[in-house]
Design a protein around this ligand. Structure first.
Ligand code: 6MZ
Length: 368
């Protein structure tokens, strides 16, 4: 009863999601349905896939094997459109008001898929969302321009539809070459008007070299794209230091940092995307009470709670807030402040920041 009330409260609070992988956020029921379909066609052996999907705890390396499997099931234009629509609707249903959704554009010649057509299928999914109004395009209204608060805060006549801002981050997979990473950056630049706000570096952290991705990441930044990096998912101090020296807009995880890396991170004030359930489920962090979130929080270092792969790890953003609140003994007002603070770290323009500020302000008034 108490737990349900807590969940209802967190669902009702506006939230900002900054670290969500599209294919990792797939609904479990959709993944099983799609896998069953491919099983019936004889493309895969369904029972093998079912076992892998339903398994609870997996090591980080097992997670990447699962992603290879998920990609066999999901990499098709129509399916991508469906997954994108469902993922956005699911986040909106728990009052995520701003979502940065990241995905790795994939080429598959066998089905006539290019990185561009992959992304077009994703954008089609955003446009197919019906349960909520999706704000996709950057507006750059500039400082003097008034904000259209009517549509976003439901304050006018109560008829305004619920709204979610969605911005896309294109991921570079650590298996890619420099040329392939560059192709992703070029695509991101071409798609800026469709809400692409930045670049992410992700994938199996024991694969690939930082030097391979650096030219594409540097180019992306020179062209005005924001950058977030999966950093320190495995102990690799040389890479962690090189990544911090690059001064990305944000980093994700930061699980295997030593004294020197913490010092550097804190002095640069690079915001950290914290994925509690993901870190625990993949045994990257042994238990939630020893998670580095608490040290960063106490140091007032910029942090944002995120889901990572809500489908794969069976979590939700509301669930992550509840987990942090109970594990670290933080009250609702502190947690609300944490949720609101995330606005500062988004990759969208200042007009969106102002509008999000109003949404949280309105929610805060209702709490008093
Ligand atoms: C690193 C991760 C990840 O891009 O196909 N991905 N990379 N660490 C993680 N923590 C567990 N979780 C997901 O979504 C799935 C892809 O996102 C990256 C991996 O490259 C995975 O294949 P998309 O939409």
């Amino acid at each position: 009863m108490e737990k349900q009330r807590d969940m209802d409260w967190w669902v009702s609070i506006p939230k900002v999601e900054l670290h969500a992988h599209l294919n990792g956020s797939i609904r479990g029921s959709t993944l099983l349905e799609l896998a069953r379909g491919l099983g019936e066609k004889g493309t895969i052996v369904f029972s093998d896939v079912e076992h892998a999907i339903l398994k609870d705890d997996r090591s980080l390396q097992e997670v990447f094997k699962l992603f290879d499997l998920i990609h066999i099931v999901t990499t098709d234009h129509k399916i991508l459109t469906r997954i994108t629509q469902e993922v956005v609707e699911d986040f909106a249903a728990e009052n995520v008001v701003y979502l940065e959704l990241r995905t790795t554009p994939k080429r598959n010649d066998l089905i006539g898929m290019s990185k561009r057509s992959y992304m077009e299928a994703v954008v089609k999914g955003l446009r197919a969302v019906t349960t909520v109004e999706v704000d996709l395009a950057p507006r750059d209204l500039g400082p003097g321009n008034p904000v259209n608060s009517c549509a976003i805060t439901d304050l006018c006549d109560g008829t305004a539809r619920k709204k979610i801002y969605v911005r896309l981050l294109l991921s570079i997979d650590r298996r890619e070459t420099t040329a392939s990473a560059m192709e992703t950056v070029e695509l991101a630049l071409e798609m800026r008007d469709l809400g692409v706000a930045g670049i992410d570096l992700s994938g199996n952290p024991i694969v690939g070299e930082w030097a391979t991705f650096l030219p594409a990441l540097k180019f992306a930044r020179e062209q005005g794209l924001s950058i977030t990096l999966h950093c320190g998912e495995v102990p690799n101090p040389v890479e962690i230091n090189a990544m911090l020296d690059f001064l990305p807009g944000r980093i994700g995880h930061a699980c295997f940092f030593g004294e020197e890396e913490w010092r550097k991170l804190k002095s640069c004030k690079i915001p950290v995307e914290i994925c509690l359930t993901s870190n625990i489920r993949t045994e990257t962090i042994s238990s939630v009470d020893v998670h580095h979130f608490v040290d960063l929080y106490n140091a007032e270092h910029p942090t944002v709670l995120c889901t990572d792969d809500s489908g794969v790890f069976s979590t939700s953003l509301s669930g992550e807030y509840i987990l942090a609140s109970s594990a670290f003994g933080l009250g609702r007002s502190e947690m609300f402040r944490l949720a609101r603070k995330a606005i500062e770290f988004i990759f969208a323009d200042d007009a969106v920041k102002r509008e999000l500020g109003e949404i949280f302000e309105s929610a805060a008034r209702k709490l008093d």
